[in-house]
Design a protein around this ligand. Sequence first.
Ligand SMILES: C[S@@+](CC[C@H](N)C(=O)[O-])C[C@H]1O[C@@H](n2cnc3c(N)ncnc32)[C@H](O)[C@@H]1O
Length: 245
Amino acid sequence: MTPAPAVPLAPVVPHAPAAAVVAPPATVPEPRAEPVAPAAEAKADPKPLATKRSKGPDWWLMLKAFLTKGRGIASFAPSSRFMARKIIDGIDWASAKTIIELGAGTGPITAELVKKARPETKVIVIELDPNLCGRLQERFRDVPNVEVIQGDASKFGDLLAERGIPNVDHVLSGLPLPSFPQALRAAILATAARTIAPGGTFRQLTVMPLVYYKMYRQYFEDVRFRFVPFNLPPGGVYVCRGFRG
Ligand SMILES: C[S@@+](CC[C@H](N)C(=O)[O-])C[C@H]1O[C@@H](n2cnc3c(N)ncnc32)[C@H](O)[C@@H]1O
């Protein structure tokens, strides 16, 4: 017999009460034609949702994704605002034209980016998981300089090229890079190195402080680690410059 899962994978929704039964009228009135709004007057939605609506609070969406995908998500909770602020700390907002975020989850870092970025700074956000991406699209659909893409961040070079964007100022990554196959990780970092403009950075969050410092040093000349104690679990950010190639 298969044991029942310890944690329910979806919230249990109680059945709605049955609709009250109403007796039909003795005579059925003629249906009246309803005025139809002309199509041209219908309000255009500037960013229609490409994915389904995601229900529940952010922590629940992340926990659910973690329980079903494990290492592909890497963290059971969204980053704290301390982590989100630390990863964007030191960005020159006056000069930044494009910032790309890879593996945005429910958007705690995106939210801080939106607070700081000028309206002229393009913020491109990529998330693979459709439920998490649905949350991002709902949350940032009214922010004109934010584009949320549901897709594989390892293809972000192509996604930039399709949009005619030759380079970016900073790459912020929440991707679980250490659990990616070595060749894929190297390819993502090589794309970052190719697309980051001079003076830019690759920034990677982690919930295993300093454990992968040596790994990032294999790829970058200059790696600084910023510890973030107020996160669940405590973590930090690698800020990397000078790709070794
Ligand atoms: C550790 S979570 C970080 C989420 C968010 N940035 C935060 O700080 O709370 C990693 C995220 O990367 C996403 N991810 C994993 N592989 C991906 C891929 N190949 N392309 C895009 N997103 C990916 C996961 O779905 C997850 O949302």
